[in-house]
Design a protein. Sequence first.
Length: 318
Amino acid sequence: MHELLKQKILILSDKAWERKLDWPTVERWLSNFTGKFEAEDQEKMHALYLLTQTMYFGQNLIREMLRSVYQNLFRYPLVIHIRRANNETLDPNIIESAFCNNLRNTRFLGIGNPSESGPHLLYYFRQINELPKDLFIDAAEILSIGRDNEGKPCVTLRDPNIERYIFIDDLLGSGTQMKEYLTDIFREIRSVAPQVEFHYYALFATTSGLEAANSPDLFNGNVQCIFELDDSFKCFGQESRSFKNVGAPIDQKIAETVAAGYGNELMPGHPLGYKDGQLLLALSHNTPDNSLPILWFDFPKNAKWAPVFKRFAKLSFN
């Protein structure tokens, strides 16, 4: 079984993972599993199996997904609306003129700090879709603080011509970060410009995350994704696709014992990923913390755990 899993991983790395992994890296990762929770050979076999079930999305595929975000989630719905408003016209001049007007009145943003993955994707999103850079702003640029006629401080839209703000992100997991980052901002904006639309487009999103983000105080139904991660993507759930129709010697309970045992040492309170994400997902620019910590943990730097899909942690001085 060990040799079969090795061959599968090497094929995945060569054909699907953009040669992200070589076998020495995998062997260093396997050396983490020392028989603390099951027999050592069982731990390593089940770790290898979990690795074969991991979805890795390389840079080329991420770029194509960003193209799909623009074309399928943004452009096509607007074109349909434009056609309906013009008696189902097929005239490209009418459609393109109206679309360009809509585009000029749209701004694209990332979720979180400018150094995080959401804003990072905007660079590739702009490139792949050949968009002008003045369509991209930071959330802090939405509002302007000034004074009214009586000299009292007041908040207004920096650009009153903007009709919609679209947030681009790689993964919508639990929705916790989004709620912390956007709830107060949206409340402030809606108090002065209730007509403005807010949209959120993610490359990947959990079903529970979609529900949270669609709440009235956030995006109020205007949330879409390219790849929805339902409960079958939770690797140890009852509906897990990772263990569907898998028989001996692979055992889901043993795999969970190994992942949770080491995961609890690496990330206490979140042994199977942030907010119990249980994902087997890695992206070319980073590995989300909703994935199993045994795959990515590398913090602090003096930690003895060798990751197989490295994650770049969000550091702070606090």
